[in-house]
Design a protein around this ligand. Structure first.
Ligand code: NAD
Ligand code: UDP
Length: 340
């Protein structure tokens, strides 16, 4: 298949591009480098099996996007591009609504014009908020607690409306749980700007000595050790889920929602302990106040993805920790934005 990957130089997009290319698909990446680095492209090409095209295009630039669709005929699109920092979305909601919604609308309009009607969309388990008791199934009620999550749900609704308006559209709305880990080569991984918000990139920076200690946000949650429980999923498993979703869309029209998680919940202390054991490093930590808006426990019921996509997560927590650490250790100055 000829696949357009928006945001293909980012964390999940880059791993997915390698996976698609390895499976023989032809990949075309558009990215505006707002949260990535040109060097990632060389690494994707090195790891993939086929040449990949890169276009430095901002999805907010409708004309440039129209040009992309004029130049190439795609079979499907995977849409990763967007802003994703929850805290920033609370401080600057207009930026998030404008960026994530306008870029998606521009993309959908160009897809429609070009008669490309297969789309895989990066949604998030954040749409479930705090209403449901895990394991969470796709029909659990949604409850939005920040503007970032609101943009994800709004795009899901737009895609559902689109599929209802025209039976030729096939869309997969993938609700990711907590992606961590890196490509086993150590050449691709997560490289956030500034101080990481998420647990794993913060933890790896502590392991490397870039940060003094890890702050654990609360230890009196109703969990086995008091710290928050999440469903961590290896980014390579997630990448494989996108390939399965594309194949599914070849034979299924309509809008289809899938949870992509491992189905297992681990606490912050579980993650620290596993990381220390498999990598033989020490992670200093301190217990601090809870982070506002955090929920106690979240993990997926991913049986629908297993049944309908033939996909399930196969990599365990130890492998996620090993791969994340290999990546962090090998981060060179050329791609290490936090050292700039
Ligand atoms: P990322 O920031 O690493 O990747 C996004 C990429 O999109 C970046 O390379 C960025 O430069 C590019 N981009 C952003 N806006 C653009 C625009 N207007 N035009 C062109 N390129 C643009 O993020 P990620 O972690 O790879 O996440 C990918 C998607 O998955 C996002 O939509 C995110 O909201 C969603 N998601 C991520 C997580 C997670 O924990 N990483 C969890 C759930 C959902
Ligand atoms: N967490 C933590 N310290 C950090 C970052 C996160 O204790 O520096 C906790 C957080 O409270 C949650 C878990 O780690 O229980 C995962 O947090 P992350 O931000 O990675 O994902 P999300 O909360 O969005 O699921």
């Amino acid at each position: 298949m000829k696949v357009l990957i928006t945001g293909g130089l980012g964390y999940i997009g880059s791993h997915t591009a390698v996976e698609l290319s390895s499976k023989g698909h032809e990949c075309f990446i558009v990215d505006n480098l707002i949260n990535s680095n040109r060097d990632v492209f060389n690494r994707i090409e090195m790891l993939g099996k086929h040449p990949i095209s890169l276009m430095m295009v901002d999805l907010l630039d409708q004309k440039a996007l129209a040009d992309v669709f004029r130049r190439f005929k795609f079979d499907a699109v995977i849409h990763f591009a967007g802003l994703k920092a929850v805290g920033e979305s609370v401080k600057n909601p207009l930026l998030y609504y404008e960026h994530n919604l306008m870029s998606t609308l521009n993309l959908l309009k160009e897809m429609k014009k070009a008669n490309v009607k297969k789309l895989v969309f990066s949604s998030s388990a954040t749409v479930y908020g705090d209403l449901s008791t895990p394991p969470i199934t796709e029909d659990a009620p949604t409850s939005i607690i920040n503007p970032y999550g609101q943009t994800k749900l709004m795009v899901e609704e737009i895609l559902t409306d689109l599929a209802q308006s025209d039976p030729e559209w096939s869309t997969a709305l993938l609700r990711y749980f907590n992606p961590i880990g890196a490509h086993p080569s150590g050449l691709l991984g997560e490289n956030p700007n500034g101080i990481p918000n998420n647990l794993m990139p913060y933890l790896t920076q502590v392991a490397k000595g870039k940060r003094e200690y890890l702050s654990i946000f609360g230890n009196d949650y109703p969990t086995h050790d008091g710290t928050g429980v999440r469903d961590y999923i290896h980014v390579m498993d997630l990448a494989e889920g996108h390939v399965k979703a594309l194949i599914y869309l070849e034979n299924n029209t309509g809008a289809h929602t899938f949870n992509l998680g491992s189905g297992r919940g681990y606490s912050v202390l579980d993650l620290i302990k596993t990381f220390e054991e498999v990598n033989n490093v020490h992670i200093p930590y301190r217990i601090v106040d809870k982070r506002p808006g955090d929920i106690a426990v979240s993990y997926a019921d991913s049986s629908k993805a297993e049944r309908e996509l033939g996909w399930r997560a196969t990599r365990g927590l130890g492998e996620m920790c090993e791969d994340a650490w290999r990546w962090e250790k090998g981060l060179e100055k050329s791609v290490d934005k936090t050292m700039e």
